[in-house]
Design a protein around this ligand. Structure first.
Ligand SMILES: Cc1ncc(COP(=O)(O)O)c(C=O)c1O
Length: 423
């Protein structure tokens, strides 16, 4: 069987294949659907999203302020309808998850609570290629507290000659820094390499030194199985526009472990939406936090964005949650890896780990330097959308909800053609 036939057979055997039709796929100028492998950047729009968002626009038109209190999904408790389904995807308790703000804003809120530097314990550990926004947030927090980035920021790098983080050496660094370490911030899945980290062992090491462990799950939520509650993660933040298919700039997610909810010894930046729901509208002067992650909310949330998240979470529910999606994802990405090895071994080098439990769906491919970015634009002309990261990496993310094995075969074929024409 050639790869395309093989792919079509795999698609016929795929119990989740019909979900592809539940998404809008972008088309080229001739109106032909593109092969979309950029779900790591912006997830596709579920077909039902329009109905959910228009439904709220209609309710606004017809009911105005009354829509806060009436209907199946009143606006007042609307964010709460998302907590359990989102918690299911990240392995949390419902009360540990709140949908609010955006990733970087939530990271600042989490650091306001969990980064309480003292002359003895003031360091924050991040990885060398942390997403720039995380780095800016962390550095600005250090300065904001009057500390010096040069002595308070600790950056862990991959071992020489590798682009992948080594958990063993991260654990060793944590142990060496000991009680000077205040906060660790690491990615669930690294955005450039696609590497996923073994969270539970890192948290255990953090707990031994008494520091806080936080995660950026931008590339992990909706992509890999997570177990935030049982892994004892202190806090996590993520966006919903990548693997959670909720639209550009949509509201982010925030996890705060249950053990912190009732603590009085940690501060939080407060707003009225975090205040006790029973007395919020009595407009009291004294802030009374809701005893859940919701107490970190500041403002009443944007319902139109939450409606898009609700639509997406319903698709995840219908697909059976992360377990079946992950099973397909492992198969899909393995198929991609195998075709690349068979067809393009000399031209692309896989940066992402080969072991399925050390990666999500994304593969990052180092492209021969002389071909560079031309490959990505030629792929686009051939109807395949991928994502380029300087200096030489093509990121490809087959997403189990809406990508097919045929998409993968078509991508590898197109890449082969591009490589030949760029040569
Ligand atoms: C890994 C990672 N962290 C943080 C961010 C920043 O997200 P936001 O703009 O929603 O704050 C992004 C955005 O793409 C990201 O990929």
């Amino acid at each position: 069987m050639n790869p395309l036939e093989q792919a079509r057979q795999l698609d016929r055997d795929d119990a989740l294949a019909h979900f592809r039709k539940q998404f809008h796929h972008p088309c080229n100028e001739q109106g032909k659907p593109m092969v979309y492998l950029v779900g790591n950047s912006l997830g596709l729009q579920p077909t039902r999203t329009r109905e959910y968002v228009l439904g709220e626009l209609d309710r606004w038109a017809e009911l105005a302020a009354q829509a806060h209190f009436t209907g199946e999904f009143p606006w007042m408790p609307y964010h709460g309808f998302l907590s359990q389904p989102m918690a299911n995807l990240v392995g949390a308790l419902s009360e540990e998850v709140v949908m609010m703000n955006s990733l970087t804003a939530n990271l600042h809120l989490m650091l306001a609570t969990f980064y309480r530097p003292t002359p003895k314990r003031h360091k924050i550990l991040i990885e060398q290629h942390a997403f720039p926004s995380d780095r800016y947030a962390v550095e600005s927090q250090i300065r904001w507290h009057g500390y010096d980035v040069a002595s308070s920021l600790v950056v862990v790098a991959p071992p020489a000659g590798s682009q992948l983080l080594d958990e063993g050496s991260i654990r060793q660094t944590i142990e060496e820094l000991g009680s000077s370490l205040a906060v660790i911030l690491l990615p669930g899945v690294q955005y450039y390499t696609g590497q996923s980290l073994q969270i539970s062992t890192l948290v255990a090491e953090a707990q031994r030194t008494g520091c806080v462990f936080g995660l950026d799950l931008a590339h992990a939520a909706g992509n890999v199985p997570l177990d935030l509650h049982n892994d004892q993660v202190d806090f996590a933040v993520w966006c919903t526009y990548k693997y959670l298919n909720s639209g550009p700039g949509s509201v982010g997610g925030c996890f705060i472990h249950q053990r912190h909810h009732r603590r009085h010894d940690i501060p939080r930046l407060a707003g009225w939406w975090g205040h006790d729901k029973q007395t919020r509208f009595q407009m009291p002067d004294r802030f009374q936090p809701i005893p859940t992650a919701e107490s970190w909310q500041l403002s009443n949330p944007p319902i139109l964005s939450l409606a898009a998240i609700r639509a997406s979470l319903d698709v995840f529910r219908d697909a059976g949650g992360m377990a079946p999606l992950r099973a397909k994802s492992v198969q899909l990405t393995r198929f991609l890896q195998e075709l690349l090895e068979q067809r393009l071994a000399g031209d692309v080098r896989l940066i992402t780990p080969v072991q399925p439990d050390r990666r999500g769906c994304q593969l990052s491919l180092a492209i021969r330097a002389d071909m560079g970015r031309r490959v990505q634009s030629q792929l686009e002309q051939r109807g395949v959308m991928t994502d380029w990261r300087e200096p030489d990496v093509l990121r490809v993310a087959p997403v189990p909800l809406y990508n097919s094995f045929e998409d993968v075969a078509r991508f590898v074929h197109a890449l082969q053609e591009c490589m030949n024409s760029c040569d």
